[in-house]
Design a protein around this ligand. Sequence first.
Ligand SMILES: [Zn+2]
Length: 77
Amino acid sequence: MKYVVLLLIVALVLYVMSRKRAAPPPPPPAKPPPAPRIEGIVACERCGLHLPRSEALPGPGGELFCSPAHRDAGPPG
Ligand SMILES: [Zn+2]
């Protein structure tokens, strides 16, 4: 009876070892997220305030302004 228990323990150890060896490899690391898009900064033609290009208001001559008031006022001078 003692040998039967010993045999069962050995079989269990061998079974666990074989399962560990057959484990699938870990998944590859996830791709890093894409770098955030860098937006250009422009200066208001009227007051010189710096703001993102997407928030700037284009003037009639292609200039960029920070607000409708400065766009309507136009460039200084
Ligand atoms: Zn301005």
